[in-house]
Design a protein around this ligand. Structure first.
Ligand code: DGJ
Length: 760
């Protein structure tokens, strides 16, 4: 049984295939954390933190100086009753007190896993699950904190959330309610890893020593944001891709969040993730409950690679939903960087014709098709066709795509309103804003108040009307500013700190309804690129536009950081114009293609401007991608060389589940004269299999003469090598001439288990 309770020891033990998580109930009823790490069969407490009289500790049990919550590893620490560290829960009460004291009351272990009301969460799907709910109660308030832990048969992740239930007679106001909190011993000399960024530079990993310092990663922007990612990991010294221990937390949420790691004076490190307590509170009336978002906890004893693969599998199989979960993603062409706002029906028709000739499967019409939107200052909210640009509406364009054998997709930004719009003329009060203060614009627009049910209905109906008006098979759902003046006119003054979270709940309600109405539509979320690339959005939309930076060399680092958590199928990646609009860099088409093939692949440049030669190359690129697509989008990722800094070479592999096929991509941003030799140590292969290596794409026509490389040198068996040799001895890396050069190798097992050759 993966979740057990030892009545004698009062001990809970949660076991996945490779991890154990252990807690017990202390004699006073406090829930103590005992262990999280590599799986153990039983836990008898050899590493328990001893109780002792510590100076300046406060003692909740009168006369017992050896016990303080400040020196106890806890599961859900409260504020004000002897623990001086950051709390997980804090509640403001009618008498002005903020003190709570939660003690064990009951627990239950059940088969399965329930969803959260109104919030995205991991679902069981084809797997099996078990859950533990531990009820902690603050007796004075009759306030319960129900801590839930769930595990799935096919995952090493542990899922945690908390439900606060008010069984008392007075309302309480929650000001902190983290989704998960854990006190870890023996990690204070570890590193902390997080994914900060900015618009067009999202999720660039940073790693630094923990020290005695409270590391906080947070968003206060009403969106998970470009600036931070709802994720935090602790890494044992020297941890890299294949070695070392990792504790990671991610949050299934799209709004303001906080994650922190706080090593204390005795080297116990508190790690937590949840809603951002900054400017947050939530009133729970008697008989009501409040549910936190779900946190995903992953322990890896085999480095960052294994951590990523656990997240990838979980998010791909138990978070993304609908028919698109298991489908490969269509190759798309998006007109944004080709035309921006300047297009008409004729231009779109020729775009579609060219897309068809190239083998592209989906044509996406981006911003600018509605209202009178010739720039980003107007029309958001007016979701009706601009007949100046499309005199016959959307339908003929979508039909033309259909006739050419392509699907058609459309851009929306439904959460926003422009002052220059008919909607704003009718409903100026629908924007978030404080009465008596001018609401600030961002990208010239205001944020709709999705707390309001009338606004939610408007968004649902206006998007539905367009989606039913034409054969639209894909939606890009954009969101291009963060929240300011986060005040909802629907809420009373005492509940204004609920606005940001209620907005996200409103957004989730809208998305749930649209996904139910249009189950076959492929939704891609976007927020000025990857400003809301989070697990919350993936529950509704199985892919996300990774970044507005399309420059292939820049994308190496962005996609590396993103790949720490998110699988290829979720990561929108497009071939850009050359030189790129973002960095003005020249990158060969083959390299632009190979980098975009790391994700949900497409083209975002004026494909009607391709020369004959480029058309030929793109045709081949698309055809090759289609052959590789199931492997690239559903295989397992092994990172080989990390683009730790600008100019660093990057290499990654995707390996099929049966290990019979693999694809390796290598990109060299900067060439060096007379460089040293390197060996690429491949990863994820079956040591006992022999693989043939075929170089199926290469940007550099030449490499340094005289330098052997596995794909060009024929050994006694042709280009066939053992998996063990490729992983341990490695492959001589060809030395490429020129910047931004790359190649892609297809590996297939030969002999008994695999005969999948590239030619087939
Ligand atoms: C921001 C997105 O990230 C872009 O891809 C594009 O859709 C623009 N918005 C359109 O306004």
């Amino acid at each position: 049984m993966p979740i057990s309770f030892d009545e004698k020891k009062k001990q809970f033990h949660i076991q996945t295939a490779h991890a154990s998580y252990v807690m017990d109930i202390l004699p006073g009823g406090w829930l103590r954390h005992l262990y999280w790490g590599a799986r153990v069969e039983r836990f008898d407490g050899a590493s328990t933190i001893p109780g002792m009289d510590r100076s300046f500790a406060a003692n909740p049990i009168r006369g017992n100086r050896d016990f303080s919550l400040d020196t106890t590893a806890q599961e859900y620490p409260a504020y004000g009753n002897t623990d001086f560290r950051e709390p997980a829960i804090c509640a403001l009460q009618a008498d002005g007190s903020r003190i709570t004291d939660f003690r064990y009351r009951s627990h239950r272990i059940t088969q399965g896993k329930r969803g959260l009301s109104g919030l995205p969460s991991i679902y069981v799907g084809e797997s099996r699950a078990e859950s533990l709910a531990i009820v902690l109660r603050d007796e004075k308030l009759a306030l319960d904190a129900v801590l839930t832990y769930s595990i799935l048969e096919d995952s090493d992740a542990i899922l945690r959330s908390v439900r606060m239930e008010n069984h008392g007679i007075a309302a309480v106001r929650i000001t902190h309610a983290m989704s998960a909190c854990v006190d870890l011993g023996d990690v204070s000399d570890w590193d902390v890893l997080y994914l900060p960024g900015a618009h067009a530079r999202e999720r660039i990993p940073e790693r630094r020593p923990l020290g005695h310092y409270r590391h906080v990663v947070e968003s206060r922007r009403g969106a998970s944001s470009h600036q931070e990612q709802p994720f935090l990991a602790l890494l044992s010294p020297g941890t890299e891709e294949q070695h070392g221990e990792v504790y990671a937390m991610s949050l299934i949420y799209s709004g303001s969040f906080q994650a922190f790691a706080e090593p204390d004076q005795f080297d116990i490190t508190r790690m937590a993730i949840g809603l951002n307590p900054f400017d947050f509170s939530w009133q729970i009336a008697p008989g009501e409950a409040f549910e936190t978002p779900e946190a995903v906890l992953v322990y890896s004893g085999e480095g960052l690679g294994a951590m990523s693969r656990t997240f990838h599998h979980l998010f791909r199989k138990h978070l993304c939903r609908g028919p698109w979960r298991d489908r490969v993603r269509p190759v798309l062409a998006n007109n944004w960087e080709a035309t921006f706002f300047d297009f008409d029906e004729k231009k779109l028709f020729s775009f579609i014709d060219r897309a068809k000739a190239l083998g592209i499967e989906l044509m996406v019409l981006d911003d600018g098709w509605f209202g009178h939107r010739d720039n980003d200052d107007s029309s958001l909210g007016d979701w009706f066709v601009d007949h100046r640009k499309l005199p016959n509406g959307i339908c003929p364009v979508a039909d033309h795509a259909k006739r050419q054998g392509l699907s058609f997709g459309l851009w929306f930004e439904p959460e926003m309103i422009s002052r220059d719009s008919e909607l704003y003329q009718k409903h100026p009060d629908w924007a978030l804003g404080v009465p008596g203060r001018e609401a600030s614009e961002g990208r010239g627009q205001l944020v709709l108040d999705l707390v309001r049910e009338d606004v939610q209905s408007y968004v649902i109906e206006s998007v539905s009307r367009i989606l039913t008006s034409a054969p639209i098979r894909y939606v890009k759902w954009d969101m291009n500013r963060h929240m300011t003046e986060a005040y909802s006119k629907m809420l009373p003054p005492t509940r204004q700190q609920e606005t940001m979270h209620r907005y996200i709940l409103g957004l989730y309600a809208v998305l749930e309804e649209l996904c139910t109405r249009f189950p076959d539509v492929l939704f891609e979320s976007c927020s000025g690129g990857g400003g809301r690339f989070d697990p919350g959005m993936l529950y509704y939309m199985p892919q996300t536009w990774t970044s507005d930076d399309l420059d292939a060399v820049e994308r190496l680092r962005i996609q590396y950081g993103t790949s720490l958590l998110y699988p290829a199928s979720t990561m929108g990646a497009h071939v850009s114009v050359n030189p790129s609009n973002q960095a003005g860099r020249n990158v060969p088409l083959a390299t632009r293609g190979l980098v975009a093939m790391q994700g949900a692949f497409g083209y975002e440049l004026d494909i009607t401007h391709f020369t004959e030669e480029e058309c030929e190359e793109v045709r081949k690129q698309v055809a090759m991608f289609k052959k590789l697509r199931p492997l690239l989008q559903q295989g397992e990722l092994y990172r080989i060389l990390m683009p730790e800094h600008h100019g660093a070479p990057s290499a990654w592999m995707v390996v099929s589940e049966d290990r019979c096929t693999a694809f390796l991509t290598y990109v060299q941003p900067l060439a060096r004269p007379n460089p040293g030799l390197r060996f690429l140590h491949l990863s994820g292969l079956a040591p006992e299999l022999r693989y043939q290596i075929d170089c199926v794409i290469a940007s550099a026509k030449e490499h340094f003469p005289g330098v052997p490389s596995a794909w060009s040198e024929k050994g006694p068996d042709g280009r066939v090598f053992g998996g063990d040799e490729l992983m341990h001895a490695g492959v001589t890396l060809p030395i490429l001439m020129g910047d931004s050069q790359s190649f892609g190798w297809y590996l297939h097992a030969v002999g008994e288990r695999g005969e999948v050759s590239w030619q087939k």
